[in-house]
Design a protein around this ligand. Structure first.
Ligand SMILES: [Zn+2]
Length: 311
């Protein structure tokens, strides 16, 4: 069986449940569309950790398999590949949606039209660097998803055909899924033939993501139980986001366990970085020394903050 978890993804697994199993491998693309901006009134992109908190908290009932930041390539995973996700509507009767086929992998791209990142405004996903796409596509292909849009590449207009959906494997937009009324993800770039060029900015973004993966990780907090015992409970509601260094997390076994998990996440990110560097036969325009320095600065930052947290 292919790998149920995308290599290098941060794992925040919810309740896996089986597919219908009636054949076919599909993907549904979404954008998080969490703000309404416009060309004349752009807004800053919402932080990745906000969405991570949402899909592991109040929004768990609408969680996809993957949350992907197309600007940094950071990826979080909420369900195994061969589980159903929950990000589309399934009406009574009609066709199956979330559970359709053997796999139906749903991806939320962290994006809304006219979001602003680093001072630049992006109208559609097609305008973004789509970092992380190559890792996502390799994983989707390993699950047998063919490089095809059975309903055509998505636009902002809904276009749904229940028979096509029921009989054809491939990539769909939320705008192309029967029984649904959302029109995301809007235009996407050619996801089947991406020219991957590694730039110094790519390296810096991944190194920064490595640091953030360690530092901005939710921790569990100790709570005294009626019988006097201590129970560690995860962040939810107003307690989000708790991060390393939170005083309530000091001197706890749970904190140590979470630190180990954070290091695993860091290792996954570094693995992804190594894969990215290996793909192009070397980072374009950078010497090996420059690549190493960029990576080490991110890792050193992560480790320094983690060390401060456990003092
Ligand atoms: Zn959607």
């Amino acid at each position: 069986m292919p790998e149920p978890r995308l290599p290098g993804a941060e794992l925040h697994l919810l309740d896996d449940a089986p597919m219908v199993g009636d054949g076919g491998a599909r993907v549904i693309h979404h954008i998080t569309w969490d703000r309404n901006a416009s060309a004349t009134a752009p807004q800053d992109l919402v932080p990745f950790d906000n969405l991570l908190g949402y899909f592991t908290g109040a929004g768990a009932g609408m969680a996809p398999h993957l949350l992907v930041d197309p600007f940094t390539g950071r990826i979080a995973q909420f369900f195994s590949a061969n589980s159903r996700a929950k990000a589309v509507v399934n009406a009574a009767g009609g066709v199956e949606t979330n559970r359709k086929g053997n796999v139906c992998i749903q991806i939320e791209w962290l994006f809304f039209p006219y979001c602003r990142v680093g001072g630049k405004v992006y109208a559609t996903l097609a305008d973004t660097p789509m970092r992380g796409l190559d890792r996502v596509m390799a994983w989707l292909r390993s699950w047998g998803v063919p490089d095809v849009w059975p309903m055509g590449a998505p636009t902002w207009s809904a276009n749904r055909n229940a028979q096509t959906w029921n009989t054809r494997s491939g990539h769909y937009g939320h705008s192309q899924v029967p029984e649904n009324d959302h029109t995301d993800p809007g235009p996407m770039p050619n996801i089947f033939q991406q020219e991957e060029t590694v730039t110094p900015d790519d390296i810096k973004a991944i190194a920064a993501a490595a640091a953030e993966a360690v530092w901005n990780r939710p921790v569990k907090i100790p709570r005294m139980q009626p019988d006097g015992s201590i129970k560690y409970e995860g962040p939810q509601g107003a307690e989000w986001p708790l991060i390393w260094g939170n005083v309530f997390a000091k001197q706890s076994e749970q904190r140590d366990a979470d630190l180990k998990a954070a290091v695993v996440t860091l290792q996954g990110t570094v693995t992804a970085l190594a894969a990215l560097i290996g793909k192009g036969g070397g980072a374009a325009g950078m010497t090996p020394e420059q690549v190493e320095a960029a990576v080490l600065s991110g890792v050193a930052k992560a480790l320094a903050r983690a060390a401060a947290a456990v003092k």
